[in-house]
Design a protein around this ligand. Sequence first.
Ligand code: ADP
Length: 495
Amino acid sequence: MRVLYVCTELFPLLKTGGLGDVSGALPPALRDAGCDVRVLVPGFPAIRSGVLPSKLQQAPAISLPTRYGPDLAGRGVTQPPVLQQASLPGSGLATYVLDVPALFNRPGNPYYDSHGDNGVRFALVGWAAACLGQGLDAQWQPDVVHCNDWHTGLAPLYLRQMAMPGPPRAASVFTIHNLAYQGIFPRSLFPELGLPDYLFTIGGIEFWGQVSFMKAGLQAADRITTVSPTYAREILEVEQGCGLDGLLRGRSSMVSGILNGVDYRVWSPSHDEVLAHPYDAESVELKAQAKAELQRKLKLQARPNAMVFGVVSRLTEQKGLNLVEAMADELVQMGGQLVVLGTGDAPLEHAFVRAAARHPGQIAVDIGYDEALAHAIMAGCDVILVPSRFEPCGLTQLYGLRYGALPLVHRVGGLADTVVDATPDNLNAGRATGFVFDEFSAPALRGALKRAFELHAQPAAWAKLQKTAMQQRFDWREAAIQYVALYRSMKPEAA
Ligand code: ADP
């Protein structure tokens, strides 16, 4: 089974969130599951410097046909777009880098539309994927093109539309990592996409008078997946369907949820380079050292018994952290400490900074992006807070489980699928792994916090909960097996 995995970020080279983690881990897991996997990624600076030095000498650059596809005229593209062939550092996976410096070789966030040309440049990503799916590389044609989020949404559509002579086209899978980000562009973009006019309709990619890349992927992909079974159900309803629930309901037999995994090579306290004192489920008492180090590092009072709550997150409406901010004073009054690492919406950033100023030594806030600190927080905190309003899968609660930082989460999406609430029944049965609240409200969060404090005051019960949490496994191997089954359902003839 030959699989082209199309993504726009790739840990450890380029990451803005969970998609980077997934793209770094799933392709190698698919290879381990027996697939012949290649990756397609745009040549952003971090990708160019990380991947291009390993250009495959035997594999020349492949020119993209530009007679059809997105119109690059007036976009400063002086050289024909090419796919450089290289191998990924670490995994060694063969990789096509979409090398168009005028469009991608720009510093900063890969999705930031500094030149007002995001529509065209991400259309080109879709076009490149579709061309490969149609056999552009004479040496390797994928059976399946696996696309991720709106940035790649045009790939399934171009694949359907193209009529290149040659072998049959690849099948397509479109994975939704977050339905709320849709890649919406003005109507004026449409003529530049090289698509027939009839596609600018409600049955095509028109969305309230604009162009939607997400809709393109959902309309045209042979299969749609999302990153947890619960989110796969939630997006079929109005509340979480982001205006696309009708379309998704119409295609519901093609929609499924496959839970993300954890790259335990990166996220394990037993071999985490950030930790001076590694630990595992059998030596969880060493976690106290990580806590002391975190308190020292972030200038929190050195209180071994204080319950430390951690947040590692984008600070956006989705993540529900306004509830945490609203509870910050109370949390300190209850004897807790709070550590927040994140960037995002300015009002929320400021509110957390003010909370830290009100409670020096008890609340520490780092507005920024810091991979090492994210690991130190997982290791040093007792509870990781993930009260998201909605959450397709969520990875930080899974990292929390592994590090014995018990997740406290809103029962939604992937959070509902991965955390078992510490109810008396679940505690007795030895299956509890964290704290779950149902209603998205400050009182409901308060209730869960109180339960966490009560249990923390019982060291033996807490230790048992931690042990159960740390023993959970969300292996990419499992997810890869499910993806392969999905690929096979479309391409039974592929080896
Ligand atoms: P999302 O993709 O919606 O942002 P996920 O929970 O799926 O949320 O993934 C978030 C990823 O980004 C995790 O690996 C988390 O550790 C990381 N992350 C988020 N914010 C920061 C930050 N400020 N510094 C370091 N890592 C962060």
